[in-house]
Design a protein around this ligand. Sequence first.
Ligand code: ADP
Ligand code: MG
Length: 329
Amino acid sequence: MLLEVHDLRVEFHTRDGIAHAVNGVSLAVEAGETLAVLGESGSGKSVTAQAVMGILDMPPGRITGGEVLFQGRDLLKLTERERRKLRGAEMAMIFQDALSSLNPVLTVGDQLGEMFIVHRGMSRRQARVKAVELMDRVRIPAAKERAGDYPHQFSGGMRQRIMIAMALALEPSLIIADEPTTALDVTVQAQVMDLLAELRRELDMGLILITHDLGVVADVADRIAVMYAGRIVETAPVYEIYKAPAHPYTRGLLDSIPRLDQKGRQLYAIKGLPPNLLDIPPGCAFNPRCPRARDVCRTDVPPLFEVTGDRRSACYFWKETLDGHHHGG
Ligand code: ADP
Ligand code: MG
């Protein structure tokens, strides 16, 4: 297994109290596999990614438990120096906002080239050749000429391609993309997502794709992990989730995206708001918003029940949820 996260816990000490951002997350990604991590804003997706990458702000953040095994090594036990060596070379991250992640005063060619100079000891000239190759690879037109341009001279979609190029430069075995297309318009989103999926296949990398948009993951992900209030509430192969969710929250997410195969159907919005992480409701955190909630849901935290061999749901009523969907109810 490329990456295995076991029971990861992260909290933030704030003036108003302790925000429980990640509350026992476990997940795994194999080489060549794409795991989509899905959930509304504030569910702990980015914090999980930051803890895995070793870029969490500490303080105010604090990892209070768990393991992050990367190729068998527990990253949480490494020194900052060792972690820095892994970043870029072995695991890389793509962020939502390319403009604030790229250096505004360096040309794109120099920025990409820098990776090869610093990590591979190449000359400036060799590095420029590699930079242009990378720009070609992420399909930036007229790469050679454009290598001399600055980030702000590119469109949002092109900048996102440059970020992907940066992440791919050293051919890491794991990429974490945190809402990589959220800031783009819909057609550009699809192009960037397709590119990412294609490169992932070519390079046989593991990819964690974080998104709040279930619509974008259908074609690119192998598995989905749905997060709510810092926990994974359902995990399954993509096609199974689309066929029938086994958690009412996943159901709500699915029902709130437009689907081509269900034209004319009323779009649905999950009622209520995500919980305040300073004060997560007792029992199942989703219970105040859940159409299926019963007494047990308000008192006991549901474990991840095994639905099938590779599917889990943290709902006491996963069976009814599955059946309800099959019957169209
Ligand atoms: P998302 O699922 O939208 O990526 P995040 O992982 O960014 O959510 O954040 C989850 C929660 O963690 C936030 O709602 C907030 O309560 C807390 N949090 C994240 N970063 C910080 C921070 N730097 N300081 C305090 N709290 C934070
Ligand atoms: Mg986020």
